[in-house]
Design a protein around this ligand. Structure first.
Ligand code: ARG
Ligand code: ZN
Length: 895
């Protein structure tokens, strides 16, 4: 079945109050509900049915206004319960039974390591009880939890704890009241054996709030950083957005079994342990960074998502795009904290580069593939498949463009208008843009966001080409845009693209002031409104030669093809006053060099290769660069990015070898420099601390190590082995181990040592599996597919735990192109086996993994044929879930 955005209709009834009583039992939990309902709209006719959603529920009884309902008064189906003629208002009481310990899908109420957890977004609540499970039905919840005191001593739900008592017979109860009306997807309960770290903080109004981070016993030594991150998030949202914590109690609970990253349930955020646990021994710097950002993300949802929520799931980006934008800004501000202006600028650029890397490696392929959709999709078969990099990360880019067009001050004014208009409501993306447009027009009545709205309705990554001529003090800049067809959208009107730009004077390296002669109202500060399919802009006052720097800070999510010569790019890589574009100029040169090697089968003395060498030489000589920036600038584009950027059918194995060739050439050319960088930062024995500066030192050191080991012999491998032996933190340990495993002989002793050391730490064991599944084809000592097949039988492996499943399956099928696309087709066959097996265990995770062959039509014909066979095999599977069916069906439609 396909659902369409245009089919939205309001519900027939409101459910103003919801009382739930859970009698928690792993194999048979009783859920009793009391729902106060009334007609949605008082002009509604009297006899509308009350439609409740419900799946896999054992219905015990239904009472309407205290009277047991006769079975003729309702209709029960596989997907719900319809009450005929319930009256204009009343009270419905429903009792159902569910089986949490049989729930391997991890949607609704499930058991993890004996403890109860819920995941209700998007449509998990209907697996708990019959309810109007749609985000526009907001209800005030009271929840009573009855549980075994010995096995489940802690029980939590949303809001405030209002009562707690022993019931006898080994049972106890807690009662929770959430003062804020909310949709069912924000409901949560947790019960089991937990310990917590807690702290009381003062809110803006001086009132106290209790903050808690709950984990299973034995993990309290991993919660400090999450607690700090939560406190920073609270302060940041107050200071930058003027948004205050609205609860007396805010809880985070970690579980090892979780489909996604985390969930923003009101006052009771539930997290994948991966985004809570962090201490130096177990978490890498990247893990620390992710914990801070995900804790922030979920906290920020309290306003953007919970106080103002989505009318329907097509509007998902309303909360996700906006909240990702907010968490990106939070991380950037945290990275820049305490630095001087220049350093802060560079730190913010590092964060921006990291975010753009994700966009190019994951979102651009999605936007070019069979699952392409606008950030506000028009249709879906399974909503869980639309928690995508497009809705999240491109959604954040669309918010960022509005921030660029309005500026911080007007953007904040727009946020204020948004909350004034919509606090407590379930609204649409249009309502958000409307608020921003009002803010814009308060200051600039002549401007609007009319054309800008295409970013919400049109899929695909626009391609922008830029060319220019500079003569007689004038520079004529011509921009063209085009967006290729995506499923269901053949032709698209032009986008409103904010192009942030500058002209860098060749002689001085300084930015020249911008003066626009033609259509002068298109320039706002350093941002150009590019709104037509072809547009020419005449700039004046440019007597000395300049190099244009376009799309600074990546001001729009587009693919830019510029007329820059190789010399221009080398110049920008060294002198652009926008650090993002300095990095991007490096990437462009590396990309061209790799492409030449790929197309010319290994040729390494071409002009682009020489330019890449020149770039690296300049970078290594530049003593002004921060370690964090240099670490990024020295890294070659990822294989995924290269494959996507290539216009034509592509062989991922050959692309891997082309990239490896350039890497090895750079490694050999600059071996001494990399060794010097490494030695200067290899501070063995120094205590570890996670902070932005120390983390970027380690990042640069480990980039240097990767170059050293990649091109080196035993001697360099021994550097990695020494680092492994000496490391006192997970960052250095993992960097060393991955270099050993990815480049050295099979089964190095360090791999066994690592497992021995950490086999009780699930997240470290995930890393252990992941490392082995990502050994590339260029390591001739290892047959990675064979390793993966063997690891599937390892006693610590299970497909039931999403993190563990991903540690092998996502690792080899999505992070290791040269092995996955092996010419034998064996990678595809193994992928299909696993998708089929996961399909029956956990459709949501299976559908994620099923995305591995999204871009199969971009492969060379021999690979396409093998991929096609496996896609068909998955589609022909018995009992294929709607989740996997949508992904595979659309992939096959692309043929
Ligand atoms: N709202 C959550 C977040 O972004 C993600 C929930 C995803 N759940 C799902 N079933 N797809 O923080
Ligand atoms: Zn989110």
């Amino acid at each position: 079945i396909t659902f369409y955005r245009k089919d939205y209709t309001a519900p027939n009834y409101k459910i103003s109050r919801t009382d739930l009583t859970f009698t928690l039992n792993p194999s048979r939990t009783k859920v009793a509900s009391r729902l106060e309902f009334e007609v949605w709209d008082h002009s509604n006719p009297d006899n509308l049915p009350l439609e409740l959603d419900g799946e896999d529920l054992e219905l015990d009884q239904v009472l309407l206004n205290g009277e047991k309902l006769d079975a003729t008064c309702y209709t029960q189906s596989h997907t719900g319960l319809t009450i005929h003629n319930p009256g204009r208002e009343g009270v419905l009481e429903i009792t159902v039974y569910i089986q949490p310990d049989q729930n391997t899908r991890l949607e609704g109420l499930y058991v993890s390591n004996g403890n109860f957890f819920t995941q209700c977004e998007a449509q998990g609540f209907r697996r708990i009880t019959y309810f109007s499970d749609r985000p526009d039905v907001l209800s005030q919840f009271t929840v009573t939890l009855i549980a075994n005191e010995a096995t489940h001593p802690v029980s939590l739900s949303n809001g405030n704890l209002i009562e707690e008592k022993k019931l006898g017979e080994g049972l106890h109860m807690t009662r929770w009241e959430d003062p804020f009306p909310k949709p069912a997807y924000l409901f949560a309960l947790v019960a089991g054996r937990f310990v917590c770290q807690e702290e009381t903080v003062k809110k803006g109004d001086g009132k106290p709030a209790l903050l808690q981070v709950w984990v299973e016993p034995g993990n309290l030594d991993k919660t400090d950083f999450a607690m700090q991150s939560l406190k920073k998030s609270i302060d940041w949202d107050r200071e930058r957005f003027g948004l205050e914590l609205d609860l007396d109690r805010f809880m985070i609970v970690a579980t090892a079994d979780f489909n996604m990253g985390a969930m923003e349930n009101k006052g009771l955020n539930i997290f994948n342990t991966k985004f809570v646990f962090a201490n130096p021994e177990l978490a890498t710097d990247v893990d620390f960074e992710n914990v801070e950002s995900v804790v922030g993300h979920e906290y920020f949802h309290n306003w953007t998502g919970n106080r103002v929520t989505c009318r329907d799931w097509f509007q998902l980006s309303l909360k996700e795009g906006l909240t990702v934008f907010r968490d990106q800004e939070f991380s950037a501000d945290m990275m820049a904290e305490g630095l001087d202006e220049v350093q802060a600028d560079s730190a913010r650029a590092v964060k921006r580069i990291e975010d753009v890397k994700v966009l190019r490696a994951a979102q651009f392929p999605e936007d070019a593939g069979p699952m392409a959709h606008p950030i506000r999709p028009d249709s879906y078969q399974e909503i869980n498949n639309f928690y995508t990099v497009t809705v999240y990360e491109k959604g954040a880019e669309v918010i960022r463009m509005q921030h660029t067009l309005l500026g911080e001050q007007l953007f904040q004014r727009g946020m204020q208008i948004y909350f004034e208009r919509h606090d407590g409501q379930a609204v649409t993306c249009e309502d958000f843009v409307g608020a921003m447009e009002t803010a814009l027009q308060e200051a600039h009545p002549e401007l609007d966001l009319k054309q800008f709205r295409h970013w919400y309705s049109q899929a695909g990554t626009p391609e922008v080409s830029a060319s220019w001529t500079q003569t007689n003090g004038q520079l004529v800049l011509t921009l063209k845009q085009n967006c290729r067809p995506t499923p269901g959208q053949a032709i698209k009107p032009a986008f409103h693209i904010p192009v942030k730009l500058g002209f860098v004077e060749k002689a001085s390296g300084r930015d020249v002031p911008l003066q626009l002669e033609s259509n002068t109202n298109a320039l706002h500060g350093d941002v150009l409104d590019f709104t037509e399919s072809t547009q020419t802009f005449v700039f004046t006052g440019l007597d000395k030669p300049v190099v244009p720097s376009l799309l600074r800070s990546f001001s729009a999510p587009v693919i830019l093809q510029s007329a820059h010569t190789t010399d221009d790019l080398i110049f920008l890589a060294g002198h652009d006053n926008d650090p993002f574009n300095r990095w991007d100029a490096c990437q462009k040169i590396y990309g061209k060099a790799i492409l030449d090697i790929y197309l010319q089968r290994g040729l390494t003395d071409g002009a682009n290769t020489q330019a890449a060498v020149q770039i690296v030489e300049n970078l290594l000589k530049d003593k002004q660069l921060s370690d964090g920036f240099l670490a990024l600038a020295l890294q070659l584009p990822s294989e995924g990015t290269l494959l996507e950027a290539f216009d034509g059918l592509v062989d991922p194995v050959a692309m891997h070898f082309a990239r490896t060739t350039l890497r090895d050439l750079l490694a050999c050319t600059f071996g001494a420099d990399f060794k010097a960088i490494y030695d200067a930062r290899n501070l063995t024995g120094q205590p570890y601390s996670y902070n932005a500066v120390a983390a970027s030192q380690r990042a640069l050191k480990n980039v240097a190590l990767a170059y050293l080991v990649a091109a080196g012999a035993d001697e360099e491998l021994n550097v990695a082995k020494a680092q492994y032996a000496a490391s006192n933190n997970m960052t250095d340990r993992m960097a060393a181990l991955s270099n050993i495993v990815h480049n050295g002989p099979g089964n190095p002793p360090e791999l066994a040592e690592f497992f021995e050391r950490f086999n009780n730490e699930a997240l470290a064991v995930d890393k252990w599996f992941m490392l082995q599944a990502t050994v590339p084809a260029s390591n001739e000592n290892v047959n990675t597919l064979q390793t993966v097949r063997e690891l599937l039988k390892h006693p610590s492996f299970t497909l039931k735990n999403p993190n563990r499943a991903r540690s092998l399956l996502a690792a080899f099928a999505m992070q290791n192109p040269s092995v996955f696309h092996s010419h034998s087709g064996d990678g595809y066959a193994l992928w299909a086996d696993l998708v089929i097996e996961l399909n029956t265990i956990n459709p949501q995770v299976a559908a994620r993994m099923a995305r591995g062959l999204d871009r199969w039509t971009k492969l060379v014909p021999a690979l396409q044929e093998k991929a096609h066979k496996q896609l068909e095999r998955v589609l022909d599977t018995d009992k294929l879930s709607p989740d996997v069916r949508e992904v595979i069906g659309k992939a096959l439609d692309a043929a």
